[in-house]
Design a protein around this ligand. Sequence first.
Ligand code: OSB
Ligand code: MG
Length: 374
Amino acid sequence: MKLSRLALLPVKLQLKQPFATSHGNTSSRPLTLIEAVAENGLHGYGELEAFAEPTYLAETQLTARWIIQTQIIPRLRGKNLWQPQDFSMLTADIQGNQAAKAAVEMAIWDIFAQQHQLSLAEYLGQFISVKPRTEIAVGISLGAQAEFAVQQQIIQQALVAGYQRIKLKLRNATELMQAIKLLQKFPQAKFMLDANSCLSYQQLPQLQKLAALPNLLLVEQPLRTTDLVEHAQLQQKLSLAICLDENILSLDDVKTAVALGSCRAINLKASRVGGFTVALQIIKYCQQQQLKLWCGGMLEGGIGRAASLALASLPVFDYPGDLSASERYYQTDLINERFILKNGQIKLPQQTGLGVSLQAEYIKKFADQPNLLV
Ligand code: OSB
Ligand code: MG
């Protein structure tokens, strides 16, 4: 497969409600769409999941676009790809910049899946010898809330809607204590807590209290984004599973975390680790090591969400993912289809490739974007 065209389209979506985390409030979501056209005529789409600011991860929309334009595209010019993994080989000498790689790789996987007349989910599954589920159990990640009563009501609504697992964002140690009381209000529900690095080893006593809650599955990224050692010291003292997110940018990071004992679970996001090729390697490794694994989210637009759903459909994950229904995120999305929550599940698109279609407005805008491959 040879690419004949690659174009970028920066877009911005407005969240229905601001999403509060320890990094601040997000109310708009800048994304960059990638359009790839192969010589065989097939169109593939990708979505760049970096944020506007380098607070959750080092990349930003701007740095990632620059890396795509100046580093990734020149490595693809005139190259023939036999399988999507060839993209990883062609870009292996680029350090870091995982979201930039994952965005272009997504469009390439989309094309290859279409070429094989498979949905992206079926195609991904072939590489690890599994068949995807057609309905995917999902959870919801709820932004932090200072008001106890408000958060309690939001949790109640999410449970009524059918979400199979609730993740609460924490911004500080006070909200950690509030979370204990919130979890006690919903003994039948399953919870995760995500600190996005806002806690410290000093919170060991409070975290030990959390460990006694039977409805808490894990605590995500409690400590600093680069600190695997202190996570290991904390995990050793804690019966509650630590799950790593920001710490894990590669298969090597997972291996280091395992060697040190830094966690018992991994939140997998293809965009954070450089794409599906690495994500599949991490899946295989976590299975060998008996690490719990589940699929995270990045407040994706419709293209990125279709890609995340394809990954989450593989029957290799231990918990429902952070992959909520379309109506939870954006009033108008990038794609014509809506992902609907029914019985706590979202149906996987059945068409080939990503299985979704970009709205006409964006297709039109792409027509005006230059082909960066020539
Ligand atoms: O830490 O998992 C996270 C969103 C953006 C950046 C980081 C995270 C998140 C979420 C939301 O938790 C997941 C989603 O619903 O997309
Ligand atoms: Mg997280």
